[in-house]
Write a new protein. Sequence first.
Length: 76
Amino acid sequence: MMITEQQMDEFRLSGESVRIVRDGIPANDVYGIVVAWDEESIVIRRINKRVVKLSRTYKLERATDERGEPDALNVT
């Protein structure tokens, strides 16, 4: 399930930390805050102040919530 525009805007405005679950390995998760997005991608500012552009097909969830499994494996 893709996150809605309204939910993205709420994350951006609140500055709440999020987790991007890319695969089944927790060490590969990306943590940070939502900076920007478009139809295909999301920009996250990581804790170290670097920005990362990721596909919106990855699962986005609150960093404080328990880690969920990825919706589908994204194979490129």
